[in-house]
Design a binder for this molecule. Sequence first.
Ligand SMILES: [Zn+2]
Length: 367
Amino acid sequence: MYSVPKLADWSAAALDAAVRELLSALESEAAQVASEAEWRMFRDRWLARKNGMLTQVNDLWLKAAPAEAKREVGRRVNELKPLVEQAVEAAQARAHGAGAKSRLDAERVDVTLPGVQRPLGAEHPVIRTMNEICGVFRAMGYSVAEGPEIESDYYNFEALNFPAEHPARDTQDTIFLAGQEAKPARERLLLRTHTSPVQIRTMQRQKPPVRVVIPGKIHRHDAPDASHSPMFHQVEGLAVDTGITFSDLKGTLDHAMKALFGSSVKTRFQPSFFPFTEPSAEVAFSCIFCGGKGCRTCKQSGWIELLGCGMVDPNVFEFVRENGYDPAKVSGFAFGMGVDRVAMLKYGIDDIQLLFQGDVRFLEQFG
Ligand SMILES: [Zn+2]
């Protein structure tokens, strides 16, 4: 192994030769460093203050040099120091990389092994139905809007023409968030009981004309049974423009029902009440199971009630009047339907709970 020689010849040529010999030893020792432990030995051998190679160079070359050679020796010794330090640093990076490489080798994945087969998921029947309903309206030029599931009392009720003490609020058993008592009533937060707040949010954002469908999750404080769930889904629609009439509403929904349930279904509109529409109607379509003769699903009536609708109440427009919704100039209609119920009818599901239990044996039928 290399050791720093004592020098007898102090000529420039002899000094250069000594330096070359030292650097070539440095290079070949550095090349052999293959682990952290070897690197530490290498570092100490060259840089240790006591007896390290650089220290020896200092003692045996610089200190021992005759006065007339000191300048030339000093210059060369000064140049050596950064070279040795660089070599030590580079060797460390290499040793570290070598360690990482051996870890990589240990963790190597054999890509020829058979893989773990994961069953392919399917679109949930509720999501599939929601997309289908939205698709029917998109084809009629509607866009899709969404809004928050946690709403304020203002958007969920007040701006939809449910005043604070309105009896219609009782029909929607609302789940309020806890700890809201200190807030003014209209700012209290709740789980939205319908997707209708997004109608207001859309009209605040966008001047008329508006044609939008609003799919989403809603909550009501209902005890779960075969036809009720405290969480379910709605698709709501809103169209506002100049000169929109009730016959536009009828034609739109009649087309939508035919698109969803088959071209032979008929629709029936009966008067109803909603605070945010006037007049309001309940829409039924002819039973797809018995063709209108009467069966268990339609409770022998020949009709299946599916959605609520009506002409947007001018009082609702008052809340967004400054954004171009002057009730004297624009009119519109709104409608809403339960997605879960549509899915149950389309797929012959008789218990709404099946949709939310996450039972793979049920869900895989829709793959
Ligand atoms: Zn029927």
